[in-house]
Design a binder for this molecule. Structure first.
Ligand SMILES: [Zn+2]
Length: 160
């Protein structure tokens, strides 16, 4: 009786471990499928990143030529001009932010420097003092793409 029960439970155990090992094989297959899928996905997204980087390089190349004086046709020219506008707005915001805290921006290295410094402590560039500043501001005002803002600037120019 005891022997038979042992045999029975042995069979059950052997069935159990067979089915267990099938399950483990399935899990292993599943894991390796997930792993392979991840590898493909990672390779694909790596190529996507390369494309995005190359697109940025193309943009930089086009913009550099635009800055060097090349005139493009249509949309390309418009996009370059739009970037230029944003760059000008950034410059103004940086200057306003610096002025707000009693500092100004070095026109050469774009670092914040004390308002009364005649030379930039960071790059050594001499920059115009307050009396000469009007000229520097006019360079910015040449692009009149923000009329309201420009109106304010010209009014303050007139006061000085
Ligand atoms: Zn500087």
């Amino acid at each position: 009786m005891v022997k038979k029960r042992t045999t029975n439970s042995g069979d059950r155990w052997s069935d159990f471990s067979k089915s267990m090992s099938r399950t483990l094989d399935n899990i292993k297959d599943g894991v390796s499928t997930i792993y392979e899928t991840q590898r493909f996905k990672s390779k694909i997204s790596n190529h996507h990143r390369q494309i995005e980087k190359l697109k940025t390089d193309i943009g930089t190349l086009i913009l550099t030529r635009f800055e060097e004086g090349e005139v493009y046709e249509g949309e390309l020219q418009r996009l370059c001009e739009e970037i230029k506008k944003h760059q000008l707005l950034i410059s103004r915001l940086e200057e306003e932010n610096a002025n707000f805290r009693g500092k100004k921006i070095c026109p050469s290295c774009r670092k914040e420097i004390p308002l009364d410094a005649a030379f930039c402590p960071a790059c050594g560039t001499h920059y115009p003092m307050k009396s000469e500043e009007g000229e520097g501001m006019h360079i910015v005002s040449e692009d009149a793409f923000e009329p309201d803002y420009m109106g304010d600037m010209e009014a303050s120019d007139g006061d000085e």
